[in-house]
Design a protein around this ligand. Structure first.
Ligand code: GAL
Length: 397
């Protein structure tokens, strides 16, 4: 009489083991940091570029600052073989993807790759539809640590179902792989993606500019694409509570050092992504980056804010038109506060303790995280002069 119960118990144990593969719950406990080829190189990628980038991660101190994932975006694939196995373009990657992953691992870094939930990627290379389990096994056998999974050519597929299918395939393949969901925020992924992936894009693609944007038609609706970083920022308001350790809103990869962004705009973009607990995926050419850009993206005090273990996304606590105050709670109860000046002139911006959730009657110390200087102890409020299109970021403790 007891046998069926034991059998039932065993079946239950085996099936739940398939869901809870070891290591998956330890992924991306803080926002992933790394580099992705897309923002600068588009489809023109090859193994030489990726190897050089990995070398420079080490020699330029990016690895020491916390950057870890080297990710190739669209354009690495070419076709499937007769068994349906995905093939890398042999002209771009003559040594194969496994050799590239091995090279990156030998530098103490991690390796990421890109595919798409539909029939084709956005660059019209083979997508993973119908090959999810096969592709996941291939990635695991190559030593892939991170998968960005796009949403082109998906017809009337359901986004939650398509991403859950690939997640199940990754789990089944058994290698813990960070799962980066890229369906551009269309189906409110923040509502379902925290259970499926480690990060999810909240908007269409970023562009290296302050405020640009371009109207396009998607599913018969007019939407804005090619967004400057301030437009992306505005679309993050209200999504704060969906983020936390292991699951992050992704306002898209960094454009620091790209296009015509000024020094102050680069500083503002990087700082805001740190306050947002956004993944810090560099999108510039690491081989030619200026010392100024390197100094921005390796500011340890800002990175510590981004990587704070509490994992609470910061929020806008005041909006006076051109002048904004953003605040992020840190694990020890202190606050990172960002003053943002969108205007064309320098401006003094003040915030009070109560606006950032601290008691008004106490004195707090303030440290400026870009000046890297303690400013002293203040009662009730703090004010700073902020450059046009610039930020001041302070820690209040
Ligand atoms: C877009 C995606 C970009 C990039 C590109 C590749 O859909 O948002 O980040 O991956 O596809 O074709």
């Amino acid at each position: 009489m007891k046998r069926p119960a034991i059998l039932f118990g065993l079946t239950f144990l085996l099936s739940s083991a398939a869901v809870a593969q070891p290591g998956f719950d330890q992924l991306a406990l803080t926002p992933p940091m790394g580099w992705n080829s897309w923002n600068t190189f588009r489809l023109k990628i090859d193994e030489k570029l990726v190897r050089e980038t990995a070398d420079l991660f080490v020699s330029k101190g990016l690895k020491a600052a916390g950057y870890e994932y080297v990710v190739i975006d669209d354009g690495w694939q070419i076709d499937r073989d007769l068994n349906g196995t995905i093939i890398a373009n042999p002209e771009k990657f003559p040594s194969g993807i496994k050799a590239l992953a091995d090279y990156i691992h030998a530098q103490g870094l991690k390796f990421g790759i890109y595919s798409d939930a539909g029939t084709m990627t956005c660059g019209k290379f083979p997508g993973s539809l119908g090959h999810e389990y096969q592709d996941a096994r291939t990635y695991a056998s190559w030593g892939v640590d991170y998968l960005k999974y796009d949403w082109c050519y998906t017809g009337n597929q359901s986004a939650p179902d398509s991403y859950a299918l690939m997640k199940a395939a990754l789990v089944k393949a058994g290698r813990p792989i960070v799962f980066s969901i890229c369906e551009w925020g269309l189906s409110k992924p923040w509502e379902w993606a925290p259970r499926v992936g480690n990060l999810w894009r909240t908007t269409f693609d970023i562009r290296p500019c302050w405020e640009c944007g371009q109207k396009v038609i998607v599913n018969g609706e007019q939407v804005e694409n090619h967004l400057g970083f301030t437009k992306i920022l505005d679309r993050q308001v209200g999504l704060e509570s969906y983020a936390g350790p292991g699951h992050w809103n992704d306002p898209d990869m960094l454009e620091v050092g790209n296009g015509e962004m000024t020094h102050d705009e680069n500083v503002a973009h990087f700082s805001l992504w740190c306050i947002l607990a956004a993944p810090l995926m560099l999108g510039n050419d690491i081989r030619t980056m200026s010392d100024d850009v390197l100094a921005i993206v390796t500011n340890r005090e800002l990175i510590a804010v981004n990587q704070d273990p509490l994992g609470r996304q910061g929020r806008k606590v005041r909006d006076d038109g051109d002048f904004e105050v953003w605040s992020r709670e840190l694990h020890d109860g202190t606050r990172a506060v960002l003053l943002f000046n969108r205007s064309e002139k320098p401006a003094e911006i003040r915030f009070t303790w109560s606006e950032v959730g601290l008691p008004l009657n106490l004195k707090f110390q303030v440290r400026d995280l870009w000046a890297k200087q303690d400013q002293g102890t203040f009662a009730g409020s703090y004010a700073a002069s902020v450059q046009p299109h610039g930020v001041v970021v302070v820690k209040v403790f």
